[in-house]
Design a protein around this ligand. Structure first.
Ligand SMILES: [Cu+2]
Length: 628
C-alpha cells in the first residue's frame, strides 16, 4: 500500500452515502492467537469481508470510532484484520469480499510501496493470493480508492489490515502484536492542522492493551507487525531482546545465528515486521512501547474523546488521582504492559538468553551517591533540564544543562541517585537500556509491582533510585512522564557505563546526543545542545568512538558521515549499549537511521581532513569534524 502522504484537503470531498445509515457491526479486538479459516482436504479456506464497523479502541464501554474493518464471513469484524497463519508450503484458498460502497485497493504480501495491488469494486469478491513458499511474517492491507488514488481522508482504513504468518516446521509458540494507527486532522479544511491520533496494539490502546503475564525465565517470542503508515521504534524496559528477523511485509529475512543481535529498541517500518525473543530475568511490571512520544501519549485518550488539549501545557490531573491512575491516563496508545512473577524454586534453573553477555557479580561496596535535579527556567514554556549536584553546593534553581550532564558509571558498581523534582509538574526518570529493578525503572504508577508501585515524583519531592549497571555501554536517562512536553523541553541526558578499570577519554570517546533544543521558544533538533552547526576535533590515525543517541520526541534521524569523496565507513561496535557480535563488526558505509530511543556506538580511525557528520531530522544538524 502506498505511503500516506499529505494531500490537498479540498480534494477530500465525499463521504460515503450509504454506510452511515445501516447499524454497524461492532469490531472486536484481535489478539492474533486464532488463525482465520478452516482446513478442508488439506486446503486452508479463508473467506474475508471488508465492511464498516464500530470500534472501541480504549475501554470496551469507552468512546467509539467508525472505521473499515475486516472479518471472516459470518463472524464479527476484527481489528486488526484476521490472522492468516499456515505452515510453509500450505495450499491456501482465500478470498475477500468488498461490502463497502467504495472500491478498495487490496495488497497481499506486497509491502509499503506496493505496485501490485488488487482493485475490488463494491460488492465484488476477489481471490487473495497468499504465498506460502517461504516462512516468515508478512502483511496484507486494504484502503479505500476514490478520485483515482488511495483516499487519504479515510484515516480509519489503516485498521483493515492484518498479519500473515507462514510457519517453518516445528516452529515454537509465539505471540503476534500488530500496530495500527487512526489519524485524522482536527480540522480537515485547515492544511497542516494537528492530528487526532489513536494508536493500538492488536486493536486496543493502553491501558486496555492485553496484559502479558510472564514468569522469570520464560522465553517470550514475539512478532511485531506494523500496519500503520509511520515507523515505530519499539522499546523494551529492563531487558534486552534478540532480533531474529526483519521483513518489509513482502519479504522476510530470518536471521541466521550469526546475524542476530541484541537491542532494547528496534524500529519497524510501515508494513514491515520484526521478530524478537527475550527472557524476563527480574520480577515486576515492565513495558514494551513505541518510543515516539506522541504514539504513547495520554493525549490519545482526549483525542479519542474529541477533546482537543494543548500539548504545550502540563496535562490536566484529576484531583484525587492515584499513582496508578497517572500510569493509566498519562500514557496511551502503543504500550504493552508485562508483569513478571517469580519462578517457584521447584521449577529449577532460570534460563538466560543465549548469546547475551552476562553481568559479572556486583561488588559489595557503598553506592556512589548523586543528586539529579529536574529544573526549570521561567519563560513561555519554561525551559527544562537536569542539573547534577556535585558536592554540597546546591545548584541554583534555574540552572540546567541540555542535554543533561553525562552520568558516567562503572560496570558492577552500585549507584544511588536522588531525583529531585523542581518542576511545576509530576515527573519520573527512566534509565533507558539499564537492566535494573522494576521499582526504579521510572514509569510512575506502573514500575514495581502491585502494592509497591513507583510513585509519581511530585513538585518539590524526590525519589531515590538504586541500581548497579551490569554492562558497559551507551545509555540514556530521560523523563518518562508527559514525554511529549518534558522531552521537548529538555529533560534528557546521556549515560556512559565504563568497564571497571577503564577511564573515559574524551579525546577519543565522543557523545553525540540528538534531542530537542528550544531556541526563542521554537523547537529544533540539536546535537549536544547545539542546533544547526556543531564542531568536533578528532586526532588522525587514532580510533575514535562516537556514541550516537537519538532522544528526539517523535522523529527518526538519518545519520551519515561524509567526506569530500562521499560517504565514509565505520564499524558499528554496539547498539543500545549491547556490544555488536564480533562477526558483525565489519567496516560498513557510515550511514544509519536512528529512531528515538536508539543508541549506536560506531568506531572510526580517520585520516587528516575535514568531514561532515550529518544528522538529518525535522531540523538538520551538520557536525563539522576536523581531523588532524
Ligand atoms: Cu510509534
Amino acid at each position: 500500500m502506498p505511503v500516506l502522504v499529505p494531500v490537498v484537503t479540498a480534494m477530500l470531498c465525499c463521504t460515503s452515502p450509504r454506510s452511515e445509515r445501516a447499524p454497524l457491526a461492532a469490531a472486536l479486538p484481535n489478539d492474533n492467537r486464532t488463525p482465520a479459516g478452516v482446513t478442508i482436504a488439506g486446503v486452508r479456506r479463508i473467506r474475508l469481508v471488508v465492511q464498516r464497523a464500530l470500534w472501541h479502541p480504549d475501554a470496551d464501554n469507552g468512546p467509539s470510532l467508525q472505521t473499515e474493518a475486516v472479518g471472516e464471513e459470518g463472524k464479527a469484524p476484527m481489528i486488526p484484520a484476521p490472522l492468516i497463519r499456515v505452515p510453509v508450503g500450505a495450499t491456501v484458498d482465500a478470498s475477500i469480499r468488498n461490502a463497502l460502497p467504495d472500491t478498495i485497493i487490496f495488497s497481499v504480501q506486497c509491502g509499503e510501496n506496493c505496485q501490485d495491488s488488487i482493485y475490488i469494486a463494491p460488492g465484488a469478491t476477489r481471490p487473495m493470493p497468499v504465498r506460502t513458499t517461504a516462512a516468515g511474517t508478512f502483511t496484507y492491507s486494504s484502503a479505500l480508492f476514490r478520485h483515482g488514488a488511495v483516499w487519504l481522508g479515510s484515516a480509519a482504513a489503516s485498521q483493515s489490515a492484518g498479519a500473515i504468518v507462514v510457519d517453518a516446521p516445528n516452529a515454537p509458540p509465539d505471540r503476534i502484536f500488530v500496530v495500527s494507527e487512526w489519524i485524522q486532522q482536527w480540522d480537515t479544511t485547515k492544511a497542516g492542522d494537528d492530528d487526532r491520533l489513536i494508536m493500538t496494539i492488536n486493536g486496543k490502546m493502553w491501558p486496555h492493551t492485553e496484559r502479558i503475564h510472564a514468569v522469570v525465565g520464560d522465553t517470550l517470542r514475539w512478532r511485531v507487525v506494523n500496519i500503520s503508515g509511520d515507523t515505530h521504534p519499539m522499546h523494551l524496559h529492563g531487558f534486552y531482546f534478540r532480533v531474529d528477523s526483519r521483513g518489509n511485509g513482502a519479504v522476510d529475512s530470518i536471521y541466521t545465528p550469526d546475524q542476530r543481535r541484541m537491542a532494547v529498541t528496534e524500529e519497524v517500518a510501515p508494513f514491515g515486521t520484526f521478530s524478537l525473543q527475550w527472557i524476563p530475568e527480574r520480577v515486576g511490571n515492565w513495558i514494551f512501547h513505541c518510543h515516539k512520544a506522541f504514539h504513547m501519549s495520554g493525549f490519545q485518550h482526549a483525542d479519542l474523546a474529541e477533546e482537543r488539549l494543548d500539548y504545550t501545557l502540563p496535562a490536566p490531573h484529576r484531583p484525587g488521582a492515584t499513582d496508578a491512575d497517572h500510569a493509566a491516563t498519562m500514557m496511551a496508545g502503543l504500550i504493552l504492559g508485562i508483569d513478571v512473577a517469580a519462578r517457584k524454586p521447584v521449577d529449577g534453573v532460570v534460563a538466560t538468553l543465549a548469546g547475551a553477555p552476562r553481568a559479572d557479580g556486583t561488588r559489595s561496596m557503598a553506592p556512589r551517591k548523586l543528586r539529579l535535579l529536574a529544573q526549570r527556567k521561567p519563560g513561555k514554556y519554561g525551559l527544562h533540564g537536569y542539573a547534577l549536584q556535585r558536592g554540597d553546593s546546591v545548584p541554583a534553581l534555574d540552572s540546567l544543562e541540555i542535554p543533561g550532564p553525562p552520568l558516567v558509571f562503572t560496570r558492577g558498581e552500585p549507584v544511588e541517585i536522588t531525583v529531585v523534582n523542581h518542576l511545576d509538574a509530576y515527573t519520573g526518570v527512566h534509565w533507558h537500556g539499564i537492566e535494573l529493578d522494576s521499582y526504579y525503572d521510572g514509569v510512575a504508577g506502573w514500575s514495581g509491582s502491585t502494592g509497591h508501585l513507583a510513585p509519581r515524583i511530585a513538585p518539590n519531592d524526590s525519589f531515590v533510585v538504586r541500581f548497579t549497571p551490569p554492562r558497559a555501554g551507551s545509555f540514556m536517562y530521560h523523563s518518562h512522564s508527559e514525554e511529549v512536553r518534558q522531552l521537548a523541553l529538555g529533560l534528557y541526558g546521556p549515560i556512559v557505563v565504563l568497564d571497571s578499570g577503564q577511564k573515559w577519554d574524551p579525546a577519543t570517546d565522543h557523545l553525540v546526543v540528538l534531542g530537542f533544543v528550544l531556541v526563542n521558544d521554537n523547537p529544533y533538533a540539536g546535537v549536544n545542545g547545539a542546533v544547526a552547526n556543531y564542531g568536533m576535533r578528532l586526532s588522525a590515525g587514532k580510533t575514535h568512538r562516537l556514541r550516537l543517541m537519538n532522544i528526539l520526541v517523535d522523529n527518526d534521524a538519518s545519520v551519515s558521515l561524509v567526506g569530500d569523496s562521499g560517504p565514509l565507513t565505520w564499524k558499528v561496535v554496539a547498539k543500545d549499549g549491547a556490544d555488536t557480535p564480533v562477526a558483525q563488526r565489519i567496516e560498513r558505509a557510515a550511514k544509519v537511521t536512528l529512531g528515538p530511543g536508539e543508541t549506536m556506538d560506531v568506531e572510526l580511525t580517520p585520516k587528516p581532513g575535514q568531514y561532515q557528520l550529518q544528522m538529518l531530522s525535522f531540523s538538520n544538524v551538520l557536525i563539522t569534524i576536523n581531523v588532524r
